[in-house]
Write a protein that binds this ligand. Structure first.
Ligand code: ZN
Length: 471
């Protein structure tokens, strides 16, 4: 079933489309901005994974900014929870349940073929630039909320740009490049068309003036020739406009996932969002009318709108109430004996035993750890385990040999992580190294299996975002 009005695929019946009724699954970002290495790169990957349509909203009040995410009702929570895997629980989304999102507003239009956010450089903060303007507008009494609609991928455009880049900066730049590509072919075709049209119009025009044949038939040829000329000339003009886009802009668009987006705003306040000319166009209802106002933007630039660069930089903008709630949620982790045992469930049996759903695991463990800490844990919860994770990081030290506790088969020990020089890319780099010590019962586990498992743990820790997706 597809909604005829908006094209939403999971509508139970055309007249029952939840999105047309304005029902979205709402989430609010509880912000504890945390300076993580390559957080933006990870957020970029996260944005590119979001389902379509998705709506992000920055709501400003005199007290600060709230960041909200609205998903279609059918979408599972996985997308949102993978955020925690990425930011290591330092910030997360709080569910708002089904939220009514429906009102008029203004849609953003741009004259730029490849628009970019005003502050889109790697070392700048679009959140700071745009968020502070929204807040100051709210302080002047405006109803300031900015919405970003993610409506699809721009794969075709990206393919086009890739071929533009290889054509323009390969053959024309003097570098030999014989790879056939659509841009080169298109230009050849347009030039040939122009030449053929001029020839046709010129010859038949001559014949017409000389009055040799039926003037009506020949004048049709003149008209056809002029039409071909005009079409080719317009095509070449369009081609030149694409060609005039600076090289670095094209290169950036090729490297990042390119999304089909639209911006809408509650009031037409002065908000320089995009580089170049832009204006706000009033619309009656935002969804699904907003789909007519899309333009391409790379996911990397959007990542800057929710990932502040440095600790505290984004937090100055954020609504205190949300910020405080995030702090209350950040539970301090301290592992103590007795260690609770996590039960496996038959539903998870299809997955290898060491690939559980991380988010689910974290949620269960949080409860069990809380009970262990308050010494309220039941005896059954500590029995029948097959594997233990023990963390001595709080005490220092490097490697140690944890002893397997029968009938368990293995135990993984974690020591304190520290920065160490590591030889990488022909130079020593300071890297955060976490010592892992795995002991296993050789009567049950093969050494190779144990090492494979340990490698998986190491890779998963290096790429927490991937881990959350696998879950
Ligand atoms: Zn609909």
């Amino acid at each position: 079933m597809i909604c005829i009005q908006c094209g939403y695929e999971i509508a139970t019946a055309p007249d029952q489309c939840p999105l047309c009724k304005g029902e979205w699954q709402g989430w609010e970002l509880l912000f504890a901005p945390h300076a993580l290495d390559d957080l933006r790169a990870q957020v970029m990957g996260w944005i590119a994974q979001l389902p379509f349509p998705t709506l992000m909203e920055w709501i400003a009040s005199p007290k600060g900014l709230r960041v909200r995410l609205y998903l279609p009702p059918h979408v599972a929570e996985g997308v949102v929870h993978s955020w925690s895997g990425m930011t290591g629980q330092h910030s997360r989304w709080r569910s708002l349940g089904i939220v009514k999102v429906q009102s008029g507003g203004y849609a953003l239009h741009t004259s730029n073929r490849l628009p970019s956010l005003i502050a889109s450089a790697k070392d700048s903060d679009p959140l700071l630039a745009i968020g502070s303007r929204l807040i100051s507008a709210a302080r002047e009494g405006h109803d300031a909320s900015l919405r970003l609609w993610l409506l699809g991928n721009e794969d075709q455009l990206q393919e086009k740009l890739r071929s533009l880049s290889s054509y323009s900066y390969g053959t024309e730049g003097g570098v030999g490049n014989d790879t056939p590509n659509s841009w080169g072919l298109q230009l050849d075709f347009l030039r040939a068309g122009l030449f053929f049209g001029m020839l046709m119009a010129g010859i038949s025009g001559g014949i017409l003036f000389a009055g040799w044949f039926n003037p009506f038939a020949v004048s049709m040829f003149v008209v056809a020739g002029i039409t071909i000329c005009l079409a080719s000339a317009l095509g070449i003009r369009d081609w030149l406009a694409w060609r005039s886009i600076p090289k670095e802009v094209v290169e950036r668009r090729i490297q990042e996932p390119l999304l089909k987006v639209a911006f809408s705003i509650s009031e037409p306040i002065q908000l320089p969002l995009l580089a170049g000319e832009q204006f706000w166009h009033p619309i009656e209802s935002v969804w699904p009318a907003i789909q007519k106002h899309t333009f391409p933007l790379p996911a990397g630039e959007l990542a800057g709108l929710i990932a502040p660069l440095q600790l505290g930089e984004g937090s100055g903008l954020l609504d205190r109430a949300v910020w405080q709630e995030a702090r209350a949620l950040a539970v301090k982790w301290r592992w103590r004996l007795p260690a609770p045992v996590r039960r496996s469930r038959s539903a998870r049996a299809a997955r290898p035993v060491w690939m559980p759903c991380v988010v689910e695991l974290a949620r269960e463990l949080a409860g069990a750890a809380e009970r262990a800490r308050s010494r309220k844990i039941a005896l059954e919860e500590m029995e029948g385990g097959c594997f233990t994770i023990t963390n001595l990081g709080g005490l220092g030290g490097t490697y140690f040999t944890p002893i397997v506790n029968h009938p368990e088969v293995a135990i993984l020990g974690l020591s304190r992580a520290r920065r160490e020089p590591v030889w990488r890319n022909d130079a020593f780099e300071p890297r955060l190294m976490l010592p892992l010590s795995l002991s296993y019962d050789h009567r049950v586990i093969d050494g190779a299996d144990a090492i494979r498992f340990l490698r998986w743990v190491a890779e998963a820790l290096e790429q927490p975002f991937l881990l959350s997706l696998q879950g």
